[in-house]
Design a protein around this ligand. Structure first.
Ligand SMILES: C[S@@+](CC[C@H](N)C(=O)[O-])C[C@H]1O[C@@H](n2cnc3c(N)ncnc32)[C@H](O)[C@@H]1O
Length: 276
């Protein structure tokens, strides 16, 4: 949900501080939310969507870094699929929750507190796969540096798998498809002042200011190529994982689509890039 104003360009310390405070406060809310269904996860199963595993081509036995891992459910799901995983997130509250979940589920995974823009000097690589996305890239202001960090984490021939909400969806208002925002934001931050969270919009929260960025897909691809990646696969999806618009239909699991007969629009994308 986007309610706010455009502000300055590259991240300043107060942007990062606001984002960190906001994420730290939302961790306990997410831990008890239906959307994350932590208790269900503890009893077994994977949180990864089948298309992700198909597109990644199998993770068993691979060394995987999960950037911006949040409370670690996807990280631990990768481990349940047989990967050797390390999750990284700048929120100490998120990493503490992830470590606790690893203990409660008996799953082996490492979790590290750190900024994604310093990931290559924090994590002990190299890795075969970097996995990231689902509401991650919008918190990064500097895609050139982000791409270089990922390249430095990977073995030559290693793969980035990025799955994200489509930036086109940022241009529309929440309740209708009225265009209210620019697809090309020239690097300006979006200042959001919404309370609650996507996992519980009614939750009472105090740290409500956050800053995010819309990254056109061409920008993502261009920066990855400049960092030495070749794009190996790219798909746009007509579904998303949360009720981004009021008229989306939740047909099964956490998949939300426009109803039958409604024009189909891209709601997510996924990308495979190989480090050359
Ligand atoms: C929506 S979550 C990531 C999606 C994850 N797949 C999930 O839903 O569980 C966004 C995460 O990015 C983290 N984050 C934001 N900015 C970051 C930064 N600069 N460095 C590292 N982590 C960051 C937040 O703490 C949060 O846990």
């Amino acid at each position: 949900m986007r309610a706010g104003t455009r502000s300055r360009a590259f991240m300043r310390p107060e942007h990062r501080k606001a984002n960190l405070e906001s994420w730290d406060e939302r961790v306990p809310i997410h831990l008890r939310s239906r959307l994350y269904d932590v208790e269900g996860f503890i009893t077994g199963g994977s949180r990864l969507r089948p298309f992700e595993l198909d597109e990644m081509g199998g993770v068993s036995g691979r060394r995987v870094a999960h950037l911006q891992c949040h409370i670690g459910l996807d990280t631990l799901s990768l481990a349940r699929e047989g990967a050797m995983v390390t999750g990284l997130d700048f929120s100490p509250a998120a990493i503490n929750a992830a470590r606790d979940l690893a203990i409660r589920t008996g799953i082996k995974a490492d979790f590290v507190v750190g900024d994604v823009l310093e990931a290559a000097s924090i994590l002990e690589g190299p890795f075969d796969i970097v996995y990231t996305g689902l509401g991650a890239i919008c918190w990064i202001d500097d895609l050139a540096r982000w791409s270089r960090q990922i390249a430095d984490l990977l073995e030559p021939g290693g793969m980035l798998y990025l799955v994200e909400f489509h930036p086109l969806t940022d241009i529309f208002s929440d309740e209708s498809l009225e265009v209210t925002d620019s697809y090309f934001d020239d690097g300006r931050a979006f200042r959001d002042e919404s309370s609650g969270t996507y996992a519980d919009p009614d939750a009472v929260t105090e740290k409500n200011v956050s800053y995010s960025w819309t990254h056109p897909i061409s920008a993502v691809i261009t920066h990855l190529i400049a960092a030495g990646f070749s794009i190996d696969g790219f798909r746009e999806h007509d579904f998303t994982l949360f009720p981004r618009f009021g008229n989306l239909v939740n047909d099964h699991d956490d998949i939300h689509r426009f109803p039958e007969g409604h024009p189909r629009l891209p709601l997510m994308y996924s990308l495979r890039a190989m480090r050359t």
